[in-house]
Write a protein that binds this ligand. Structure first.
Ligand code: ADE
Length: 224
């Protein structure tokens, strides 16, 4: 799978994909992440990519031309399954979206900045608008990193133990159960006995009950 990300601050995305699971996914050839500098596609002086909003008002708006230049140049080499615009007014990202997007071949993500992008670009090029939550970030880069991580780890073969994504929180609309490791007793705090029993059926039952009670306590909306 390839994920191309168009940004005006590409350096912001240097770190997130260079470590841990995202690095392994790329080293294995299962995921390719390319960060594209939007300023390389502007024809305006001083690499300008934004301008004042028509009608007045505060803030700058990203211009349509550099964005279209970038998208159409990238489309010469590949067909995108989705062109995703990261924006606080998009659909809120969740695990089911991550599952669906992990089955695609080529994704293009556009990171918004300033007061947003010219609506004509959204109308004519963007196929999905996604928010990572009800708060406003300085730009779409961190949101693109969140999506890429959540999607990338679901690509078959990326995680060592293929079943481990299945037991993640949200995979079945339940939060994950608590986990424990050595030592068995720490400052008199004991690991629940059932986990030391060696009885896998009992352990699975216990984990499922814990998932349900944790979800009921913390996220009752997921059980509706
Ligand atoms: N850009 C700014 N805030 C955002 C958010 N919450 N989600 C996605 N993109 C954003």
């Amino acid at each position: 799978m390839t994920i191309d990300i168009i940004s005006v601050v590409p350096d912001l995305l240097n770190g997130p994909f260079s470590h841990s699971i995202m690095k392994r996914a790329q080293d294995k050839g299962l995921l390719q992440v390319n960060v594209i500098n939007l300023r390389a596609y502007t024809t305006y002086a001083r690499a300008q990519v934004d301008d004042y909003p028509f009608g007045g008002g505060a803030g700058m708006v990203m211009m349509i031309e550099p964005l279209v230049n970038a998208v159409e140049d990238l489309q010469k080499n590949k067909i995108y399954d989705d062109i995703i615009f990261l924006t606080p007014d998009g659909e809120t990202f969740h695990q089911k979206m991550a599952n669906a997007l992990s089955l695609k071949n080529n994704l293009l993500m556009i990171c918004g900045h300033y007061k947003g992008v010219d609506q004509r670009f959204r109308d004519h090029f963007v196929t999905k608008e996604i928010s990572i939550g009800d708060y406003v970030l300085s730009g779409g880069e961190l949101a693109a990193a969140v999506l890429t991580d959540a999607i990338g780890r679901l690509i078959p073969g990326v995680l060592n133990d293929e079943t481990s994504a299945l037991s993640d929180s949200f995979q079945d609309n339940l939060l994950a159960p608590p986990v424990y490791t050595r030592p068995e007793v720490y400052r008199s705090w004991r690991v629940p006995e059932v986990l030391m029993s060696g009885n896998h059926r009992l352990i699975e039952e216990w984990r499922h009950e814990q998932s349900i009670s944790r979800t009921a306590a913390r996220r009752p909306d997921l059980l509706d």
